[in-house]
Design a protein around this ligand. Sequence first.
Ligand code: ZN
Length: 430
Amino acid sequence: METDCSLLNLIKELYPICRSITGEGVRETLRIIQKRVPLEIQEVPSGTKVFDWTVPLEWNVTDAYVMNREGKRVIDFQSHNLHLMSYSVPVRKKMSLEELRPHLFSLPAHPEWIPYRTSYYKENWGFCMRHVDFEELSDEEYDVVIDSTLQAGSLTYGELYLPGEASDEILVSCHVCHPSLCNDNLSGITVAVKLAETMAARSRRYSYRFLFIPGTIGSITWLAQNEQIVPRIRHGLVITGVGDAGNVTYKKSRQGDAEIDRAMTHVLRHSGEAHSIIDFFPYGYDERQYCSPGFNLPIGCFMRTLHGQYPEYHSSADNLDLVRSESLSRSYADCLQAFELLEGNRVYVSQNPRCEPQLGRRGLYRAVAGQQENQCRELALLWVLNMSDGRHALLDIADRAALPFGQIQSAAEALVEAELLKEYRSPGND
Ligand code: ZN
């Protein structure tokens, strides 16, 4: 498998930035993505009502630390942005270890890792630290400083719309709200950027919309403000956690048998890679919002190891060592193949439905005689001819024939060329 260094390079560039669900870190991230694809950066003011939620105050941080009596920073946001709990309110106070302790978080099971904690919707503050450092803290007075602002501003997200022949859309969504975490957050962003670059350079049957949004509140905000676009979404993927060494996990849409579910299942089954396909459940990433019952969109979630099932999840060990160029490239290739399948998944009608047409006379058998998998190709021609009755799309035929979609598609193209097949146009669907 050809690996693509540009994917890992983008992760390296974005890794140091302190992101959260709002604030300068998200803007800076989107501006870097903008150098690759022409994203529009959208700002939604704090206080905007979005369904049952409200766009929160904007959070920014310049510095945060806990300093001991000798003037040493025993916890320092400058050395790792995970040290500060996201959305911590400003603090400037001297306090004892006793007072400080309820605001300290560590991972006894992984004493060298810094945990990732947030408190978006409840005013709080906290520091996250290596358990080994936590155990070193002595009972003394500390200077606790969180130089943050939590004030009216906006929620920022990025949106790229690529118009196609049809106004029907394929939606790709990834979250951009985690700070220095590589697999959970940056891997999804980088694969989505690469897919956007590829699709932008191609002619497209579908329109594509790429959303780079803060998790949960971002998809809720987008859905609340774009209800008129929602009916155009025909297929979609949430892409996240696609850089670790584990196998692919595809979580189906709530519908369970949407075309994207069938397309992804087909791609993975024929990929030769170990993978698992799991049913929808209302926990995880932004598929929770897209697949809420009032929308019930045909949007699945493409991951590798499931969130929470790798020990490095939501800790400083989800770093550059955890993500692999090969996993990113394979994830990209699988998603691209699913889009190619959806692009090519058309319905045809045989122009010679009464008994088989004589393929040899038209050079269709001979044309493939010298090629490998000769028999499969002949079989593909027969399957396409037999099932093209205006009611079966090429993916139905590929699955029924247990042949790769590409082979069925090539057979259909050859039959169209020989005027034995015509694309089906349902009335009113030009
Ligand atoms: Zn996460």
